[in-house]
Design a protein around this ligand. Structure first.
Ligand code: ADP
Length: 488
């Protein structure tokens, strides 16, 4: 397949190239031939320019104002004896042929065109001029002509047709032949070498294309690591680079898609597990309550109802988070931005978390700047971000740990907010990925309480505020999540 493609391209261009050269060759040969022929005839016409004049000057076929026909024929005969290939005509001023020699030849034309004859007589520079051939009406031949005057009046023209082939001097023939041969020879050699060099160049060019095609084929067949390695410069290199870049983008996208697909599968497994657990608990306790309705003590009944209640809260959280993230990802949530004091919001939230933290023997300290400018953001969404970060901080900080919430002054139109803990920290290899949805790092201990959605939601909300969620973490020592909000 690879070779066939390569050959098709190569042979197609070669054939086109060959045809082009053949056309050039034929055109060149035709032009050389035509001009060589013209050259021979022009030389011949020049050499014999005065033939008709000589005939006229060396004879007097008139007597007492009349033409003496035998004298005329005698004169023609005399000329023919010197050069038998000539045909001599006596043409009146209207162009009609009055007489000719040799008389045994059958002429087809009764009259000839006088324009070339007049041009010949008037032309001092002796250009190539062809006139009618009375024997062959279709052909034009070189000639010599001269007016025949009687009593100072134009009586007729002597029109001598010079048969080029026979008449040409041997040296002229030789020269013209030589000229033609040189012309054919140089054409043939030029075309041959042009074709040879052209083929070599073509091969060099198509070689790169063949390489490109073969790598593309490899890629198509599933070898996603196949890349084109071309050293030359120019369009092939550009093409190769473009393909390589395209292949890189494609493979990266495929990798991303695979990763998303894996995460999606993982989520379905996790979510179904996470949903099943609280549902099973709720069902189990409800069945017990139904079956043992009469035998249960008040305490037992209260404990069972508490368990049902806790599990339904967990279930609700999970369903809500999933719903929230899918709405955020589908861009269905538009932030309703307003100005508010972030330290007040942080104060409120931290008070709510104090109880939960105390239960785990964790302290929450706030370091909030007093003269903070208001931030411009969606208060409910930012509350969600802070809650998710605090949930995580509490979840991943062991007993007797500490969490701090810090805000700084408005600098460059932004306030920096940091939520830090001295918990278990995040392994370096997970630091980039924890923001992806469904991702849970290896440090994760409490599967029951986790959806892997909290940070993804927080990041998406901050995206809507043109802000970023940054992480600074030290495994075993703690983590700090930082984000900035616009202030004025
Ligand atoms: P979830 O907490 O529900 O698992 P998140 O998206 O909020 O989901 O967090 C993703 C992962 O990031 C967590 O599973 C955990 O591995 C890691 N992580 C988040 N916050 C912290 C933190 N403060 N300390 C240590 N690890 C954390």
């Amino acid at each position: 397949m690879k070779t066939r493609n390569y050959n098709t391209l190569f042979w197609k261009i070669s054939l086109a190239f060959f045809l082009l050269l053949a056309i050039v060759g034929i055109a060149h040969t035709y032009i050389s031939f035509k001009y060589s022929k013209d050259y021979i005839e022009e030389v011949n016409q020049r050499l014999n320019h005065d033939t008709a004049k000589n005939i006229v000057e060396n004879s007097t076929p008139f007597y007492n104002g009349k033409v003496i026909v035998p004298a005329l024929h005698e004169m023609f005969h005399h000329v023919m004896a010197i050069n038998p290939s000539l045909e001599v005509y006596l043409v009146n001023p209207k162009g009609e042929i009055l007489s000719w020699y040799p008389p045994e030849k059958n002429i087809s034309l009764k009259a000839i065109d006088l324009d070339p004859i007049k041009e010949f007589i008037n032309d001092k520079s002796q250009h190539l001029i062809r006139g009618d051939d009375p024997l062959n009406p279709e052909t034009k031949k070189i000639f010599s002509a001269h007016p025949l005057m009687m009593n100072n009046m134009l009586y007729a023209y002597i029109y001598v047709v010079l048969d080029g082939q026979k008449q040409t001097a041997a040296s002229d023939n030789l020269f013209a032949d030589y000229l033609l041969r040189v012309s054919y020879g140089t054409t043939a050699i030029t075309l041959f070498f042009t074709f040879l060099v052209g083929l070599l160049l073509l091969r060099a060019i198509t070689k790169n294309y063949a390489k490109i095609l073969s790598v593309m084929q490899q890629f198509k067949q599933g070898d996603l690591a196949a890349r084109i390695d071309i050293k030359t410069v120019g369009s092939e290199k550009q093409m190769a680079e473009m393909f390589n870049e395209m292949a890189d983008i494609l493979t990266t996208n495929i990798d991303k898609l695979k990763e998303v697909e894996n995460l999606r599968r993982e989520l379905i497994a996790n979510v179904s597990h996470d949903l099943r657990t609280p549902i099973a608990i709720i069902r189990g306790y409800l069945e017990t309550l139904q079956m043992k309705e009469k035998t249960l003590t008040d305490d037992e009944r209260k404990r069972y109802i508490d368990m049902v209640s806790q599990s339904s809260v967990k279930l609700e959280k999970l369903v809500n988070e999933l719903f929230e993230l899918s709405k955020l990802e589908a861009n269905q949530i538009r932030p309703n931005k307003e100005a508010f004091i972030i330290s007040e919001l942080l104060n409120d939230i931290s008070s709510k978390y104090q109880l939960m933290a105390r239960n785990k023997k964790i302290t929450i300290d706030t370091f909030l700047s007093k003269e903070l400018a208001p931030v411009f953001a969606d208060i409910a969404l930012i509350e969600r971000v802070i809650q998710n970060l605090l949930d995580n901080a509490i979840k991943f900080t062991p007993e007797n740990g500490n969490i701090s919430i810090t805000t700084e002054k408005c600098v460059n139109d932004h306030i920096r907010i940091t939520i830090a803990d001295n918990g278990i920290g995040i392994p370096e290899k997970d630091r980039e990925r924890i923001f992806a949805r469904y991702y849970r790092a290896n440090n994760y201990t409490d599967l029951k309480n986790s959806t892997g959605l909290g940070l993804a939601i927080a990041k998406k909300i901050l995206d809507l505020h043109e802000s970023n969620l940054e992480l600074v973490s030290d495994e075993g020592k703690g983590s700090a999540f930082i984000f900035r909000l616009k202030c004025n």
